[in-house]
Each structure stands twice: as structure tokens, then as C-alpha cells.
Ligand binder design. Structure first.
Ligand code: ZN
Ligand code: ZN
Length: 374
């Protein structure tokens, strides 16, 4: 069948993106879903900073690529061997497929699924195929999703079924921003009731982490960003105190406020000084977590003496350490019962044609989550 999709042919085009238009809206052909695959009519897709990192070359991916990794929609056709999902089901995409049978999946570490990571790296679905093409040229899938499109073919390994009463613009957010933000706080940092937390970098994921910290019962929540508008917004979501970590004296201020540092420090900014701040702001015995993906060549310098002498932990968080089939339904339940105000993360609702303007807005720091509605 034919569908329209946003395709990236070249990374590192000059800004403003509203002018250089790195994403081309193309009419492409979609192959029928194969074994263990389904065809999905996309209802909504979110613009994430990781998409921007592909566009600006910070996170290189094989090209050409049909972009978008945070989406939700309705299944309209199923391929061979699909058993747990059917036509009419509403699904959320997880940006890392879980094969369910590798050693990581079998020990509750789906965020490390090896066949899933390999397919994502290769730009294929987990079955090894590409299903999007134009004039005989096959395009790469983006993290098994390619959600900036009216329709997508995906592996069932990438999908989690969700209740039909949740609007797509909300459910889409669970696949990246919410899993990564909330999961980083609860699964990776394992924040306990009554602990203090610092969140550095207040994009969609960082703000979702604030929501997660509130839900998990943090008593003192500090939010840091260079952008004052985002700091103000973090307060509305439950942060008790905000600061600009790039300002002189910010670390001393935080230490005074927290009596020596926070129990948990979570970094989502993607720049080394932000991670360095997060590590230094962590108190003795505390945990620093980063879910950001700076350029692959970026290096963090830390003192092993501090790590040892102060018994600090430094952890990485991918997909928030989530098992999508376990955590997405749990987070949705928290949303439905008013304990995870995911809807507040949406700042703009746009059309597919406005996608390049949307990425320019994101690059400028003028947006939280922007959602493409189909
Ligand atoms: Zn994302
Ligand atoms: Zn696996």
C-alpha cells in the first residue's frame, strides 16, 4: 500500500530546519506485514530529542531513514503467526523491541534485548526486513517504529496493547518520554519514598522524570535547566526548587539546600557539564543516573577516589530499564488514576507537514512534547 512518511536523506543540514527542511514528506510504498508483523494506522507521534540527534548528526543512523520512534495507533492488518494482537487493537510502540527469548529478556532486562538492539542498529524490524520503499529503494526503519507516517509496518516485538479509551496523543508518550523518564527514576535509580532527587535537563523525558519522582514519593525535587521557561514548567509539575546548573554557585546552592547533596541525580540534558553537575550534586552513597545520549565521542572525567571514598554509583539508563509489556500498563494505570499527569507534557499539536517547523522549535528549546496528529 501507499502511505506518506517523513524521510531523512541527509544529516547535519543547516538550521533553521523550517528552511532547510531535513525531513521530506514522501509518498512511499509499504510492504504487507510479514511473519510476526502488523500494519498500524498511526494515530499520533511525538517529536523527541533523539530524533533531533539523528537530524543534527549527534546520533548517526543508517540513511535514508523513515524517522519517528514515539507513536501509537490502531492495528489494521496482521501478518502470519501473529497471535497476541488482532485487527482493531490499539497499540503503543516501544522504541526498543523485546524479542522475549534472549538471555536479557528472560531475566527481566528487556531494555538490553540483543536482537532488538541489533535490528535497531541495522534499521530493520526484528525479522531482519525493511518494509518501506520508494522507487525500488528500501528505507531504514527508525528504532522499529518509523512513526512519522500515516501507516507503519512493525514487529509485534515493538508493540504493547493499550486500552481504547486512552487518546493516541497520550498513549504515544508512554513509548519513549514516559518509559525513559519514569523508568530512570524508579527502575534504574530505584528512588525510595522520602528521598531527594535532582533532574537535570527538562525536555519531555526530564519532565516525565519529575512526574515519576512525584509519583514515587520523593520529598525534595530539584529541577535544573538553562531555560527559565522549562524551570517554571517543572515547578508546575511538582518540582520544589529550580536552578540553572550552568550558573556559577549553582552547585553550592544545591548542596546547601539539600544538606550536602541529593540521594538521586538524573541527567537528561545530553551535554557533559550537565552530567558532571549531576554527579557532583549526588550526596555520599547516592546514585547518579544518565539517560542522555551525547555524541559518541564525548567523554566524562570522574575521580575514582570520589566514586570509592564517597561510595557513589553512576549508572546508565536505556528505555528507563523498562520491560515495556510490564511497565507501560502500570504507567497508564497511574495516569488514569491521576498520579502521572502525562497530558501536561504536550505543548503543541501539529500536522505531519509542519514537522520541520516542529524540529526547529525543539532545537530552539521552545517546546515540550509536540505531537503530530493524523
Ligand atoms: Zn525518544
Ligand atoms: Zn530479547
Amino acid at each position: 500500500m501507499k502511505t506518506r512518511a517523513a524521510v531523512l536523506h541527509q544529516m547535519q543540514l543547516a538550521r533553521p530546519y523550517s528552511h532547510s527542511a531535513p525531513l521530506k514528506i514522501e509518498e512511499v510504498s509499504l510492504d504487507d506485514p510479514g511473519y510476526n508483523e502488523v500494519l498500524i494506522k498511526i494515530g499520533a507521534a511525538g517529536l523527541c530529542h533523539s530524533d533531533l540527534s539523528v537530524i543534527d548528526g549527534n546520533r548517526p543512523r543508517p540513511l535514508p531513514i523513515a524517522l519517528g520512534h514515539e507513536a501509537a495507533g490502531e492495528i489494521v492488518a496482521i501478518g502470519e503467526g501473529v497471535q497476541k494482537l488482532g485487527v482493531g487493537d490499539h497499540v503503543v510502540f516501544a522504541f526498543l523491541p523485546s524479542c522475549g527469548s534472549c538471555s536479557f529478556c528472560q531475566t527481566g532486562k528487556a531494555a538490553l534485548c540483543e536482537p532488538g538492539a541489533k535490528a535497531n542498529e541495522n534499521g530493520t524490524l526484528t525479522g531482519g526486513h525493511r518494509r518501506i520503499h520508494n522507487n525500488g529503494n528500501y528505507y531504514n526503519h527508525h528504532l522499529g517504529v518509523s512513526g512519522f507516517a500515516e501507516y507503519a509496518v512493525a514487529s509485534t516485538d515493538s508493540l504493547v496493547k493499550i486500552e481504547k479509551d486512552i487518546p493516541f496523543e497520550i498513549s504515544a508518550l508512554f513509548g519513549c518520554a514516559v518509559m525513559t523518564g519514569v523508568g530512570t527514576i524508579t527502575n534504574i535509580a530505584q528512588l525510595k519514598l522520602g528521598e531527594s532527587v535532582l533532574v537535570v535537563g527538562l525536555g519531555g523525558v526530564g519532565l516525565a522524570a519529575i512526574l515519576g519522582a512525584v509519583a514515587a514519593g520523593a520529598t525534595q525535587i530539584i529541577a535544573a535547566d538553562v531555560n527559565p521557561k522549562k524551570r517554571e514548567f517543572a515547578k508546575q509539575l511538582g518540582a520544589h526548587f529550580t536552578l540553572d546548573s550552568s550558573e556559577k554557585g549553582a552547585l553550592e546552592e544545591l548542596k546547601e539546600l539539600t544538606n550536602g547533596g541529593v540521594d538521586v541525580s538524573a541527567e537528561f540534558a545530553g551535554v557533559i557539564p550537565a552530567l558532571d553537575f549531576a554527579f557532583q550534586a549526588t550526596k555520599r552513597g547516592g546514585t547518579t543516573v544518565t539517560a542522555a545520549l551525547p555524541h559518541p565521542n564525548a567523554k566524562l572525567e570522574i575521580s575514582p577516589a570520589t566514586l570509592v571514598g564517597q561510595e557513589k554509583s553512576l549508572k546508565g539508563s536505556y528505555l528507563g530499564g523498562c520491560v515495556p509489556s510490564r511497565d507501560i500498563p502500570a504507567y497508564v494505570e497511574l495516569y488514569k488514576t491521576g498520579r502521572l499527569a502525562v497530558d501536561k507534557l504536550i505543548s503543541h499539536r501539529i500536522k505531519l507537514e509542519e514537522i520541520n517547523n516542529g524540529f526547529e522549535r525543539l532545537a530552539k528549546g521552545d517546546a515540550l512534547r509536540q505531537i503530530i496528529l493524523f
